[in-house]
Ligand binder design. Structure first.
Ligand code: PLP
Length: 402
């Protein structure tokens, strides 16, 4: 049987990982500035995470949500403490798309409405409603198409006000990433977040903070939306939550009343996933990783801002992006093949950095040195090329003549 070929692959096989590094089958070491797509929060194969999972595995890995699972409650308590949302309620699932799907559904149950406001360049996942609220027509199948999603320009308060004025009491929810990831590391302004909060309050719409990529400490605060000092009604989480063990969740504000059967899942909140997620929070707390994301992120940002050749360096914490001009179009590929560094991208020309929250300054320096070298190589090749070409054509012409 063949794999269903939906991923463009790098021809690399990773067989081992530790901290900010991974190794291929030939023992070549790579620096992971991509965090396996923002998933690696506490560092690859962190010993405490491995131990917690191993211990849980030898006890019980799974039983259905028809019995008491005390480790779910332990996770809820720890998550409340670390996130500062102690009065919220936790519902556990398995992925980011599933988190957004359930959040949008819960909002609709709550206010009995159908319309969703989403934003240009948003990405919320690939399940039915999540993909309908994603601003990428090429991944929306005909069956996912709906008139219930209204796309507005990001960071545009007037457009938001106008939409609420027009549809008012039909709007069920507003879903937004405080820092757009797939969209290219674009930050919502404080005023925009405050405006969403105010309009949701005024019209009894639900504010959903998609924190799947920018949450869990990556921005230097537990939720990226926190920097505006506003609370969302539902926070969706996944990537960093299990450090690679699949788990997702939604944090639900106290005003939502749970009812039996309202939401549900077979695998969500299983013992093994909860053990992985608890280990992540324990390490985040013990090793002060949110502070590290803030401080090392600021350092990385300041180093990048001094590099000539790249443009519009931006981001918060360890969610950083910069634009790559056309003459450096091979930068990402060359960083991987010439310097053994994984980075992320956002089309058409953005490099995204999403390393583990435990990354050190010396690992940042290693990246910056390689980046600088590669930019010099690419620009010098580029600079010399036309002249060299001209000169060699002339030489060849000379040779031909003689
Ligand atoms: C902001 C955001 N929301 C949702 C998702 C979907 O998460 P998953 O792939 O776990 O379904 C992603 C994935 O990249 C994301 O970046």
């Amino acid at each position: 049987m063949q794999l269903f070929d939906v991923y463009p692959l790098n021809d690399i096989t990773i067989t081992k990982a530790k901290g900010s590094y991974v190794w291929d089958e030939n023992g070549v070491r790579y620096l992971d500035m991509y965090g396996g797509h923002a998933v690696i929060s506490i560092g690859h194969t962190h010993p405490h995470w491995v131990k917690r999972i191993e211990e849980q595995l030898s006890q019980i890995a799974f039983y259905s949500n028809s019995i008491r699972i005390p480790i779910q409650q332990q996770l809820a308590e720890k998550l409340g403490k670390v996130s500062g949302k102690e009065d919220y309620q936790l519902f556990l699932i398995n992925s980011g798309a599933e988190a957004n799907e359930n959040a949008l559904k819960l909002a609709s149950f709550y206010n009995g409405r159908k319309k969703i406001i989403a934003f240009s360049k948003s990405f919320h996942g690939r399940t039915s409603l999540a993909v309908a609220a994603t601003d990428n027509r090429s991944i929306v199948a005909p069956v996912n198409e709906t008139d219930n999603v209204i796309f507005l320009p990001y960071n545009n308060e007037q457009a938001l006000e106008k939409c609420f004025a027009e549809y008012g009491n039909e709007i069920s929810s507003v879903i937004l990433e405080a820092i757009q990831g797939v969209g290219g590391i674009i930050e919502a302004s404080k005023c925009f977040l405050l405006k969403i909060r105010a309009l949701c309050n005024q019209y009894n719409a639900v504010f959903i903070a998609d924190s799947v990529q920018d949450g869990y400490g990556r921005s230097g605060q537990f939720f990226a939306h926190d920097y505006a000092g506003v609370s969302a009604d539902i926070y969706t989480m996944a990537k960093g939550m299990g450090n690679g063990f699949p788990i997702g969740g939604i944090l639900v504000a106290p005003k939502f009343q749970a009812k039996h059967g309202m939401l549900g899942t077979t695998f969500g909140g299983n013992h093994l996933a909860c053990a992985a997620a608890l280990a992540v929070l324990e390490v985040i707390e013990r090793e002060n990783l949110i502070d590290n994301a803030k401080e090392t992120g600021e350092y990385l940002l300041s180093q990048l801002q001094q590099i000539k050749g790249i443009e519009n360096v931006r981001g918060r914490g360890l969610m950083i992006g910069f634009n790559v001009p056309i003459e450096l179009k091979d930068l990402k590929k060359n960083l991987l093949h010439n310097h053994h560094i994984f980075t992320g991208e956002a089309k058409p020309n953005v490099i995204r950095l999403l390393p583990s929250l435990a990354i050190t300054r010396s690992e940042v320096d290693e990246f910056i040195n390689a980046l600088q070298k590669e930019i010099e190589t690419l620009t010098s090749v580029k600079g010399v090329d036309p002249e060299m070409e001209k000169a060699s054509v002339e030489v060849l012409a000379e040779v031909g003549r003689s």
